[in-house]
Write a protein that binds this ligand. Sequence first.
Ligand SMILES: NC(=O)c1ccc[n+]([C@@H]2O[C@H](COP(=O)([O-])OP(=O)(O)OC[C@H]3O[C@@H](n4cnc5c(N)ncnc54)[C@H](O)[C@@H]3O)[C@@H](O)[C@H]2O)c1
Ligand SMILES: [Zn+2]
Ligand SMILES: [Zn+2]
Length: 383
Amino acid sequence: METRAAILDGVGQEWKVETITLDPPKAGEVLLELVGSGLCHSDEHMVTGDMVMDPDTASALGLEQFPFIGGHEGAGRVVEVGPGVTTLEVGDHVVLGFIPSCGRCPSCSTGKQNLCDMGAFLLAGRQVSDMTARHHRHDGTDLGIMCCIGTFGEHTVVNEASCIKIEKDIPLDKAALVGCGVTTGWGSATYAADVKAGETVVIVGCGGVGMNAVQGAAMAGAAHVIAVDPVEFKREQAQVFGATHSAATMEEATALVMELTWGQMANKAIITVGEGEGALIAPTMGIIGKGGRVVHTSISPINDTEVTMSLFDLTLMQKELVGSIFGSANPRHDIPRLLKMYREGNLKLDELVTNTYDLADINTGYQAMRNGDNIRGMVMYNH
Ligand SMILES: NC(=O)c1ccc[n+]([C@@H]2O[C@H](COP(=O)([O-])OP(=O)(O)OC[C@H]3O[C@@H](n4cnc5c(N)ncnc54)[C@H](O)[C@@H]3O)[C@@H](O)[C@H]2O)c1
Ligand SMILES: [Zn+2]
Ligand SMILES: [Zn+2]
């Protein structure tokens, strides 16, 4: 069939919206009609080159990262199932997890679906079943797909391992957000940081992911939730999601936390800035007190290895610095759980989407993200 999708041809390029050819689903795969896709910052790392493998590594692995269809925060309806699909049928509503969860590998079978072995294929751009492409340009060129799903397209073909079936009364455009930003941010606070009632929590960077870390920390009962962001609009909006205080810089936040905690400093800090950088670690480790934990959720340039921090402080203050992918959540458990909280009025999703765009205007949406205008922008498909 033919459908429209946004393609990236290389580092530094704009997204190009084209009509593409989509093959029918093969064994274990489904064809989806998507409602829309969130414009997460992670796709931007492909544009800037921060998440692009060096050519030698890529060719050693037999991978071609470009051209590819972006997008990894989507939801839609199943319109066709391939042979051997047992968990889905035509008409089902699904959220696409940006990490597949096979349910059988060592990580999946021990409650760490966010670390599923199939995650090894996230940047491979091909179907996890046989490493071939279902998406093609009109000239026949194979197209990769971001995170095994490629949600910047009106339709896509994915493995059933990437699909989380959800209840049909949940609006699919809201559900899409839970495929990445919501669960990543919320889980960074509730699982990775393990925020407890009464704690002081600092969220550094309040975009689509960080705003949900604010929401998660508040829901976990934090007494003080300090939202740090240079953009005033983000600091204001953070209050809607439960922030008790805000600061424009780490210096300002450090002085504020010092005063709020009478010098004990924060229990937890979560880094969700657009581009992670080694230089941010020392001030963030400095804002937590004894026994505190810093969670690093931001993605940093793939080849960066420099981090500055006090190892003396790390040891003697018994601090922790941990990474987190997908908020350390289990997609098959947490995506339906978060949507249930939304239905019951306990999780904010409507307030996250600042602007929606037609697929043709995806570059405008990403420029708005760079300008700090959106908590989350979304491209919407009109079927
Ligand atoms: N670990 C994961 O599983 C995972 C999943 C999704 C996204 N991410 C990453 O999380 C990060 C955030 O994604 P997003 O979609 O929310 O991005 P975003 O662009 O929507 O938000 C980033 C926010 O950080 C703020 N910011 C930038 N520099 C800052 C600084 N020095 N101090 C404080 N705030 C600062 C910006 O103003 C913006 O509000 C990205 O690096 C993204 O790739 C990681
Ligand atoms: Zn994302
Ligand atoms: Zn698995």
